[in-house]
Structures are given as C-alpha cells and as structure tokens.
Ligand binder design. Sequence first.
Ligand SMILES: Cc1cc2nc3c(=O)[nH]c(=O)nc-3n(C[C@H](O)[C@H](O)[C@H](O)COP(=O)(O)OP(=O)(O)OC[C@H]3O[C@@H](n4cnc5c(N)ncnc54)[C@H](O)[C@@H]3O)c2cc1C
Length: 376
Amino acid sequence: MSNQVVIIGGGVAGLGCASALNAAGIPFTLITKDVGGRITENSNHTVNYGAYYITADYNHILPLVKRLHRISLLNFQFHHPGQAYSMLGLRAMHYLPQLLRFRQLLRTFRQHLRQLRQDALDEEQSVLIKRDPYLWPLVNQAATDFVREHHLVGLFHDYIEEALYATDFISLAEAQAFDMLWLAQPLIARSYEYSFDPTTITQPFQSSIVLATVATITPQADGYTVATTDQQSYASRYVVVAVPTMTMRQLLHTNDGKEPVSAYMYHLQGQLKPAYAKRRYHVFDDHSRLVTIATQPDGTYLIYTRTPWTDFSTLFSNYTMITQKVWDPAFNVIGSALTKQNRGHGLYVAGEHNICTLEDSYISGVYAARQIASQF
Ligand SMILES: Cc1cc2nc3c(=O)[nH]c(=O)nc-3n(C[C@H](O)[C@H](O)[C@H](O)COP(=O)(O)OP(=O)(O)OC[C@H]3O[C@@H](n4cnc5c(N)ncnc54)[C@H](O)[C@@H]3O)c2cc1C
C-alpha cells in the first residue's frame, strides 16, 4: 500500500492524531478541507467564530493556543422576559447553598472526567464511560431529572440554564445529565478566550497535508481506498475518520452519534442598546431565540441565535454587520448514543462524537494514533 495511514479531517481530532503519529515516526497523509475545523477565527485572530473558550484543564490543547483573558461569571448578565440580573446581589445570595452543592457535584464529576481523559488515550471512550458506575447512569439520565434529584431547580432556572444554553444551544430539557455536567465544568475550572495559530502544530508535518474533500472510503482486501472529490485516490492500510458526526455518518454509512444542534452566528460592530451595554456577556433563557451576546476584545460583538435573526435594531441603536455564519450543525449533542472509535480492520473514528470539547476531540485522535502505532 502506498500510504500506510490516511487521516481524514484537520480539526483538533485529526491534528491530534497526526501529531502523535508524527512523534512516533509513522508516515501518514492528512486529507482535509481546512486546518483547524471548528476552531475558526476572523482574519486578524481577535474573534473566535467557532470553539470559544478553553479551560485550564485542557492539558493537550493549552500548549497549542495562546490563552487570552479569563471568562468570569461576574461579567455575565442573565436575561429572562422582563428581567435582567447578574451574579451579584440578593437573588444570587438566595441560591448560594444550591450553588455550593452544585459545585461539589461538578467536582465529583471532574474527578471522573480527569480519569476518563487519562485512560481515553489508550482505551475507547465508550467502553470507559460504560465501565464507570458513576458516569454511565448519567449518560442515561435526563438533565432535568438530575437537577430535580439534587434540588437545584431554582438555581438552574435563574442562572445555570442560561449559561449552558450559551454553550450548547439546547434547552436543559433536551440534554442528558452527562453532557450537562461536562458543559458546566467552567463553573469550577478557570476558562479563557484564546487564539490558535495552526502552524504551531502543523509545522512538523506540513508536507503530509493534502487540502481536499473526501467523497468515499471503500474497503479493500488489505485496507481502504480513500477517494476525493477531485478524483484522487489514496490506498491505505489504516484510516482515521476525524470529521463531524454528520459527515462521519455519510462516509461510513452509519447512524452512529448523537443528534445535531444548529446555531446562527452574527459578528457586528455598533452601539448596543443600554439594556445590553453593562456587562461583557449576555445570556438568555433557554426558550429564547436569542442565545448570547458576547463583547469581543476589539469592541465588536458576537451574537448567537437559535433561529435566523434579522432585526438587530432591537439590540443595537446603530450597527454594521461584519460577517455571519450558520453552524448547521454546530455539533451533535442530543441523546445518549455513544460512538465506537475502533471500527475494526484498521478503521478508526476520532472527534467529538462522545464529548464535544476541544480537549476530548484531540484525545480521541491521539487514541487512534496510539492504536495504529501499536500495530506497526
Ligand atoms: C459554535 C461552536 C462553539 C463551540 N465552543 C466550544 C468551546 O467553547 N470549547 C470547546 O472545547 N469546544 C467548543 N466547541 C466544540 C469544538 O469546536 C469541537 O468539539 C471540536 O472542534 C471538534 O473537533 P473535530 O476535530 O472533531 O472536528 P472539526 O473541528 O469539525 O474538524 C473536522 C475537520 O474535518 C474536515 N472535513 C470535514 N469533512 C471532510 C471531508 N469530507 N473530507 C476532508 N475533510 C473533511 C473539516 O474541514 C475539518 O477540518 C464549539 C463548537 C462550535 C461549532
């Protein structure tokens, strides 16, 4: 076979795989439509249009990015119809016991997540999650049931649902407890905006990257033929499929993975109305079409909505649209399906299919690389 390993997809999962193979001295070809995937920024690297924050425990991602300012809940304004409030004041004081209890639950979850991330370098995420008697029930429990069971309904209604909606674009009623708990980790882990320069990671294997779109993966007796839309084909013993869930389904003819969530992003400059001018981040209740307004370091604004938005004069006194982007889907986070990574016969799936974070996507790529390296 001319190429021993083909990686499809140059997001953090594919880059994690490429980096680990490169370190092991194993040649590969990385075929991708772009480098960075859902890490995508404006042209002067000041505004993140995709993955927005990292947390201090993203051990694999931290060396690849430049950490910018810290995201603090004290800079959040929470909006319910007819009401706006912050983390300061009597309302928040009232929920202090619930907040302390929730933080303790998040710490317990974090211990299991840390262990999962460590073990997932060498074992399937799905196997590890099912084996953990604490994590597995959470995958199958609705987030709303978890909230009721732990007597956190008021805190979630007034604060946590809005903060989660700003990161996953779904209502609490649509989420599983497992996903809600990794999504809520920034409540106990320091989180930061960041910038990413892909050359930091790709420089050692730049010549192995082919910019193309993969159309098909065809099994052969001794591996696979990977064909691109520009009529090139690559014979390979091992294939790592590190593309978003919807594309993974098409390429592998499977229904695996969770269900998709879409979001609409608008980048604007202008003058926000006084109701939104006070704090850096504005988050909204999870029935609202408006999901978040985030002030950017350069004084511009990112707006996220659940459905298309046209009437920006409700938010701004004056504005100019810089750009807009539809994330359709943004990611697949609805449901409790877990995706198997080792598909047999030298075929691996990497990416965020089980946990939609940069860190877990990267780790899934390293897992595929280590499995392949162990067979060389
Ligand atoms: C709006 C938004 C906000 C987010 N916020 C955060 C956040 O704050 N923190 C966080 O940790 N995570 C966040 N995430 C999730 C995070 O971005 C993803 O979990 C992570 O980037 C997934 O990496 P990946 O490599 O699996 O997929 P991707 O980054 O999607 O990479 C897939 C790669 O495959 C390529 N590709 C696709 N199809 C083909 C094909 N047919 N042929 C060749 N190449 C192909 C693409 O070009 C891309 O390079 C966010 C995601 C979105 C969309």
